[in-house]
Ligand binder design. Sequence first.
Ligand code: ADP
Length: 329
Amino acid sequence: MSNLRLRLLSYVIMAYMLMAFAWWSMLLFTKNNDAFHAKRDLLKIGMIAEGRVRSNTEFEQTIDYLELARKYKRQEYMIFGEAMVFVLTLLAGLWFINQGYQREVRANNQRRNFLLSITHELKSPIASIRLVLETILKRELPRDKTNQLSTSALRENERLHELVENLLLSAKLETAYLPHFEEMDLANLLEDLLAKLADRHPEASIALEKPDDFPLLKMDKQGILSMATNLLENAIKYADGRPEVEVQLSKTSKHVTLSFADKGIGIPDKEKKRVFEKFYRIGSEETRQTKGTGLGLFIVQQVVKAHNGQIQVLDNQPKGTIFKITIPT
Ligand code: ADP
């Protein structure tokens, strides 16, 4: 049964239950009222026969009558209280069903977006590598042309490799990710990565600010590399014009702090939390211009978590985004 039908069915059942309960409550009220009146009349007749009271006003002041009326009122409150608890429980149930449904719809949209984007991400490098190989095979080309084509094919291949790595890592992160902590030179890793990215994106300006002397730290090298690559690729991808990225590395006695600041399109406040969800991308796949799978920031967050660290998304000034990561050492 589809989700929508299930939701409709549950609403119908709840509405029926509400109406049935309202009817039962009314009935109970009326019966309670009838029982009270019958008991009151019986009591009054008995008292009059015994000559204990002479008028209605006198009867309504007797202890027996007051006790009966109090008992009746208590029952009325009880029925009302039960009805309220029932209605509130039902409403809470309705709210939970709705939340679950919204979550399901979101997850479905994200899965659909992911399939669309991953197909696109895989298709374009495969097509360009194929084109390069066909050109090299078909034609006798000068050496420098072959070199140029091979370099571009290699780049596309690298993109494919990174994509597959991201897919594997994100699958592992949820089930079998065992970070392998080893002494590593974080400053050096960043320098190498920045050089590689500068080569891949010659139009971008990427700067690194770090202390002269940076100690070796015990970290999961593969995870950290993937984290930094994803953040830097994003900073370049979501630039507004020429990409400008600043990476800052610093250390105190207890923490190492890494920040990636760009001057790009920025992330609206309401999206700042959601961008870390698996497959989540801002906007819709039909209108989006940039390539991606929505896995990058999910991986980043999981790697930070594996290091017991924290990640913050801040607005850069005058525009852009800063991802600030703090990891205890
Ligand atoms: P994607 O493969 O779409 O880049 P990510 O998980 O890396 O997936 O990022 C999720 C979304 O967060 C992106 O689709 C983008 O909308 C937004 N985003 C990530 N980094 C930045 C950034 N530096 N500037 C602006 N938006 C960003």
